[in-house]
Design a protein around this ligand. Structure first.
Ligand code: FUB
Ligand code: ZN
Length: 640
């Protein structure tokens, strides 16, 4: 592995965002989403699905207090994934087995937000939750409310299904973020105590299991980066190495003997170094692949890196939607087989695209290749942004590319396709994930190694570090133009990503172009300008994806567009775009020449040529769909 190709993102604290496109989104998350989620975690949003999250911590804290006072505590079964008023005792745990993770993700988002926007009131709210969380921790460091409330004697007995290590991973991520923002170590210390228990519990000659839902691995790497304590990296590496080995740990745990094929869902059907295809639950997958990339880097493990590359290529060449959505099937929220990318059944969980961004960023820090930040851009500007309403008060969990409201109501195969964003979900993994990603968007703009600063995303911002002060003024989404005002503190090389979508660009000065980056040697104060022409394009999907044959998608720069019933009437499938559509772009909208096929009166008749009338087809950015009312939507359009 060539360490000269490694880089590291520039820390969030060093990046001040000021961008005509992103300011609004970041402010919506800061001012609306974070406060809204604070209330949702306590079930204070009217008519929203219940969270039970904080309630569980309060119940667990009571258990801990009773134990400390020698008071007998009751136990309840830990036998399902979801508990509510109907199937569980009112004093027992409620919600999904991973409910704790919602508050951890919220704290992580708060931490990122505080790094650049100090806010004492918000900090106090986070501390209020941190106090409750910490009072629920057991003496030995264990912290998972499901088992603390229901049965603390059964911990770590069902790693495959019951998410203790997943909640632990999110605890660590939240704790590191809040500590970095405030210097307050209370939650961080709690996370370290739980991490120490996990390191003492898992490993060679201890429990040789691994998480059923990955994330603990990458969280342990983060803890290693923060503390430099090697045991955290070792435990993360252990989880990665053990996964999928025979005899299968999950068989041992369940007292069964299987061929391991059902463990594809958990990416545990074979050792990870042998895996070449993205399989199983998509969020689990991308969290695992992210950790594999981390560990390949720290352990200098070329075999692990090769596995990451194979899986990466499989995802982006055969299993990813044009929107950066992944996980095509609702069955197991999973990757489907190669080229199976149905538009109207797509699952495309928001968390999965966020996880893809994590994986892409780690890969981009391992080798100099612009494709990774291209994919970050694709997922970010399309699936991730689409998952939040403009006011930040409702969300999509599933991000389809085609919607017919009646089908969502009547066809049980499409019941996962919501036609409007939801206020909250009882399985609410996505909205807090979105909040933590948007609040940390500054981490994806720049990266650096000893002598290069990479500009990976064109988001208006300023950084100051030991190499330079850089101010980026960006009109990337509208005109594709950016300016970089650079004041070097020493000679260094600037590397600008040339977006994969762009075939016409001008950069005011370039020394060489390599791996999708324009490299410029900087020695003096300079202003570099770049113009990436965001020409409107019609994109053809591989004919191996049978759903898109005879159709195209319209893009402009990184933005994928779609058509909606609100602009184009019902029966979007009857529209056809001219092959020379004479696109007009104005104010974020694309108008194009097309035809509307006349609807047939008969189900069957002798063949005759279709009848058309000319029409104008109106496209809006995909990320803006469903902001008006429930209606039909489609990304792909037929072409005449
Ligand atoms: O299992 C925890 C989270 O819930 C997953 O990441 C999501 O896909 C949802 O199933
Ligand atoms: Zn999710």
């Amino acid at each position: 592995m060539n360490r000269n190709n490694h880089s590291k993102h520039i820390a969030l604290k060093q990046v001040k965002i000021n961008d005509s496109f992103w300011n609004n989104i970041c402010e919506t998350v800061r001012n609306n989403v974070i406060p809204y989620q604070y209330l949702a975690l306590q079930d204070k949003i009217e008519d929203a699905e219940k969270s039970y999250c904080i309630d569980n911590f309060i119940k667990a804290a009571n258990v801990v207090s009773n134990l400390n006072n020698g008071i007998e505590v009751e136990t309840y079964p830990v036998d399902k994934w979801y508990y509510d008023e109907k199937n569980a005792d009112e004093k027992a745990f409620h919600g999904w087995v991973f409910q704790d993770s919602d508050v951890y993700k919220w704290i992580e988002a708060v931490g990122y937000s505080l790094q650049n926007h100090p806010d004492k009131a918000l900090e106090a709210k986070a501390r209020e939750y941190i106090d409750i969380i910490c009072s629920a921790q057991l003496e030995n460091g264990y912290l998972d409310t499901l088992y603390i409330i229901n049965n603390r004697h059964k911990t770590f007995s069902n790693l495959k299904d019951f998410h203790e290590l997943y909640c632990f991973g999110h605890l660590v991520e939240g704790a590191v973020s809040f500590y970095e923002a405030t210097g307050d170590k209370k939650l961080f210390d709690a996370a370290v105590r739980f991490a120490d228990l996990i390191c003492d519990t898992f490993g060679k000659d201890k429990i040789n299991g691994y998480p059923g839902h990955e994330i603990a691995e990458l969280a342990l790497v983060k803890l290693y980066e923060k503390t430099k304590q090697i045991k955290y990296l070792e435990t993360a590496s252990f989880f990665i190495e053990e996964r999928g080995k025979t005899p299968f740990y999950f068989d041992k745990e369940q007292g069964t003997k299987t061929d391991g094929s059902s463990y594809k869902y958990n990416q545990a059907h074979m050792p990870v170094k042998m895996q070449k295809e993205a399989l199983g639950h998509a969020v689990r997958g991308v969290y695992l692949y992210s950790a594999m990339a981390d560990i390949a880097k720290y352990n200098n493990d070329a075999q692990l890196l090769a596995a990451c590359k194979n899986i990466w290529n499989n995802i982006v060449n055969k299993k990813m939607y044009i929107t950066g959505g992944i996980g095509a099937t609702a069955e197991g929220e999973a990757f489907s087989f190669d080229y199976d990318l149905p538009n109207d059944l797509a699952y495309c969980e928001t968390c999965a695209s966020i996880g893809l961004i994590f994986f892409a960023q780690r890969m981009s820090e391992l080798e100099i290749n612009s494709q990774y930040s291209d994919i970050i851009e694709r997922a970010l500007y399309n699936t991730v942004l689409a998952s939040m309403a403009e006011d930040g008060k409702s969300f999509f969990y599933v991000n389809p590319l085609e919607v017919l409201p009646i089908a969502s109501r009547e066809d049980s195969r499409k019941k996962h396709i919501k036609t409007v964003r939801q206020k909250w979900f009882n399985c609410a993994c996505c909205p807090p994930n979105l909040a933590r990603l948007v609040s940390s968007i500054g981490k994806y703009i720049y990266s650096e190694n000893d002598n290069i600063i990479f500009v990976n995303q064109y988001i208006g911002s300023e950084i100051k570090n030991d190499k330079a002060e850089i101010k980026m003024v960006s009109d990337y989404i509208e005109s594709g133009e950016i300016e970089l005002h650079i004041k070097p503190k020493k000679a260094f090389t600037l590397a600008l990503r040339i977006p994969a979508w762009c075939s016409e660009y001008e950069i005011s000065y370039t020394d060489k172009i390599r791996n999708g980056y324009a490299f410029i040697n900087i020695t003096n104060d300079i202003c570099i300008t770049a113009a990436f022409n965001p020409k409107i394009k019609m994109i053809r999907c591989s004919n191996m994806v049978k759903y898109n044959i005879g159709k195209i998608a319209v893009t402009r720069g990184p933005i994928v567009f779609c058509i909606e019933e609100a602009d184009n009437g019902k029966n979007l499938h009857l529209l056809k775009l001219c092959d020379k559509p004479n696109f007009i772009y104005h104010n974020g909208i694309i108008l194009a020449n097309g035809y509307r096929e006349k609807a047939d009166d008969y189900l069957y008749q002798d063949y005759k040529a279709d009848e058309y009338e000319e029409c104008t087809i109106k496209f809006i950015p995909y990320y803006k769909w469903a902001n008006r009312k429930e209606n039909e939507m489609s990304v792909y359009v037929r072409i005449k």
